[in-house]
Design a binder for this molecule. Structure first.
Ligand code: WTA
Length: 634
């Protein structure tokens, strides 16, 4: 697609963009100092970056003031948050004034419960306004929010509560998923009961999304609404040092235990504002809809912080893409005149299946920018989204980034970078990707390699909660001198990047990161399983699906399949349920006893030959046995 086919006016021209890229490369300090002025500081930072101290290190600010208070004068009556409930007729519009007031009340409720600066507050909520409100309320009083995805199992929640040491949890009686009710409160109760001595939760605040009653622990649980009504709408914000943690967000890596990624305040907010502004061509009057759950980083940076920092309007939708009938998402875009629509390739693949006639029934002419994130998008899905949803009129931003990067890193910039279907295109001004060979040497020109980043950027995570050494070991030590992303990529002759997927043992199911080791650790808790290996394989709808090999301890019990699934869904969550479970006598191993995942992956993908030299294996005969076993289940 060429730029000239966009009828829209975008803010940046190719020349503007080139100037930004050149300036950022030539004078990074000056460039980021200027970008730092996007925020309102109570103490201006004297420098942008210091290797030892971090980003805008001697600056101080408050995140909620930057998202709300400073807009009140000019935008007090503009919508900050539009909530579209599951039922069509139920819409809540909160102006900047109204959102500010709710955040202040919530912040006062938290303070009244004894939440102090640096305390952690867990947020386990469906897509309701109280999610962003609770996040901003934490930020207002200098507490650290820890949002826990609604799909986590009680075990997964319990682990994260224990690791974060959260003192208050905010949840809902239930969540609505179509006609179904998701038992948020009951799940949290189960998590708290699992290891009562391991967590520090003193209070549970419950949002009533529906009339459904839930059991309340008299000393611990309270309905949120009456507390908010009674609280003052005046709340002095806490000024925080730039590098104070704003939030923790747990994500999966190659190690078994999910890591609490720590994001700082000043740097993260600059990055959220900068990237939202540039990548989504933010303009006055935009209605920005990010379909990601706030339990993930996309929901944090583009469902809450980025658009609000820039004085935009966020749309939050409670429901699902196709409930009560196919076309519901298009209906939401039409009704609310969404200008900027940010979603996942997984969602697009599902929506494509509904047929072109569904989307054609709606007026989607308000759209100006379409975006995707979370996984590679196929050319087919790219073109469908671009043509059928965007009508060929919109800018399309395939954005590559990760929890640890805080915000978008590689992406087209509307009006400035010519798109190529299914390529994340070019790094944002100020970002320097490199492709390394296996020895860690950068490769030049059109090539493929391990994707790393040179230098730092304001949005980079500042640590792993309680484990700074693990941060170093995971991201900085694998390729000394570079930040290791865990992804592989190809660079073409125009310098465009094409992300090829993870090079580590992280599986990306519907855009959700799941560590192989996390699944294997879960399976290890099932007494009849001696050993296991989890592998990601291509999946039509989910991008990747999970295949599990299980070696039973002795005679496999008849219900081993069920036990294995239960171990995974109870430890991790339903979203990690495997596509296939192969019960096998053994796994291919090197002589030093390590599983050969490369072979397991090929076999799981249905390959029957091309396994290379097997003579170095301790048990080469197992390969043929596994191939036969997998083939027989097809
Ligand atoms: C993958 C989500 C291809 C990648 C923001 C990355 C992508 C992981 C893209 C991070 C993209 C994200 N194209 N792959 N545009 N965006 N990924 O932490 O493997 O949930 O490392 O952050 O998703 O997932 P995370």
């Amino acid at each position: 697609m060429s730029l000239s086919s966009h009828p829209h006016t975008f803010r940046l021209s190719p020349a503007d963009y080139n100037a930004l890229t050149t300036n950022a490369a030539a004078q990074p300090e000056l460039y980021w100092e200027r970008e730092g002025r996007r925020l309102t500081w109570t103490a201006e930072p004297s420098a942008a970056y210091c290797k030892e101290k971090g980003w805008f290190a001697d600056g101080a600010l408050n995140a909620s003031v930057n998202c709300l208070d400073r807009h009140l004068e000019k935008r007090g009556n503009q919508n900050a948050l539009i909530w579209q409930a599951e039922d069509t007729g139920n819409v809540l519009r909160l102006t900047y004034k109204a959102l500010h007031e709710r955040v202040c009340r919530m912040a006062n409720v938290l303070r009244s419960l004894g939440v102090k600066i640096g305390d952690r507050v867990a947020i386990h909520l469906p897509s309701v306004p109280e999610g962003p409100i609770a996040m901003l309320a934490c930020a207002r009083i200098g507490a650290i929010h820890v949002v826990l995805f609604g799909g986590f199992s009680p075990e997964a929640i319990a682990d994260r509560l224990a690791d974060s040491g959260a003192v208050v949890a905010v949840t809902a009686n239930v969540g609505r998923r179509g006609a179904k009710r998701i038992p948020f409160k009951t799940t949290l109760d189960a998590a708290l009961a699992l290891h009562p001595d391991a967590h520090s939760i003193r209070h549970v605040l419950v949002v009533s999304v529906t009339e459904d009653d839930v059991s309340m622990d008299a000393g611990r649980d309270q309905w949120l609404s009456p507390l908010l009504d009674a609280a003052s709408s005046d709340c002095t914000p806490q000024h925080m040092p730039s590098c104070a943690p704003l939030f923790l967000l747990y994500t999966s890596g190659s190690t078994g235990k999910p890591k609490g990624i720590v994001h700082g305040t000043g740097g993260y907010l600059v990055w959220a504002s900068y990237t939202h502004d540039l990548v989504f061509d933010h303009q006055d009057g935009d209605i920005f809809w990010c379909t990601a759950d706030i339990g993930w980083i996309t929901g944090h940076t583009y469902g809450v912080y980025g658009p609000l920092l820039n004085g935009g309007t966020v749309l939050l939708f409670e429901g699902m893409p196709s409930h009560p009938s196919p076309g519901r998402w298009w209906n939401v875009i039409q009704d609310h005149k969404v200008t900027t629509f940010y979603t996942s390739p997984t969602a697009i693949r599902a929506l494509m299946r509904e047929g072109d006639d569904v989307v054609q029934r709606y007026d989607l002419s308000s759209l100006r920018v379409l975006g995707t994130v979370g996984e590679p998008i196929s050319q087919e899905a790219w073109s469908w989204f671009n043509n059928h949803v965007g009508g060929g009129r919109c800018a399309f931003v395939d954005t590559w980034w990760q929890t640890e990067s805080g915000g978008i890193m590689i992406s087209p910039v509307p009006g400035a970078v010519t798109e190529k279907p299914a390529s994340a295109t070019l790094p944002l001004p100020g970002i320097h990707p490199v492709l390394l060979d296996e020895q860690g040497v950068p490769k030049a020109g059109a090539t493929e390699g391990v994707l790393c980043l040179r230098g730092s950027w304001p949005g980079r995570a500042i640590s792993i909660w309680k484990d700074a050494t693990l941060f170093e070991r995971t991201y900085l030590q694998p390729y000394p001198g570079f930040y290791f992303t865990g992804d592989g990529a190809r660079r073409d002759e125009d310098g465009y990047y094409w992300i090829t997927g993870r090079v580590d043992d992280v599986i990306n199911v519907s855009g959700h990161r799941i560590g192989s080791a996390e699944i294997e650790d879960a399976l290890a808790t099932e007494p009849t399983i001696a050993e296991s290996a989890a592998i990601g394989v291509p999946h039509d709808l989910k991008g990747q699906g999970i295949v599990v090999y299980v070696v039973p301890r002795a005679e496999a019990p008849e219900d081993l399949h069920i036990r294995a699934v239960k171990a995974i869904t109870s430890k991790v969550g339903r979203y990690a349920a495997p596509e296939h479970i192969h019960i096998v006598p053994d796994l291919p191993k090197t002589r030093s006893g390590k599983n050969v995942r490369r072979l397991l992956r090929k076999i799981a993908c249905g390959e029957t030959e091309g396994f290379g030299d097997l003579s170095t294996l301790a048990n080469p005969e197992i390969v043929v046995a596994l191939v036969e076993l997998v083939q027989s289940t097809k």
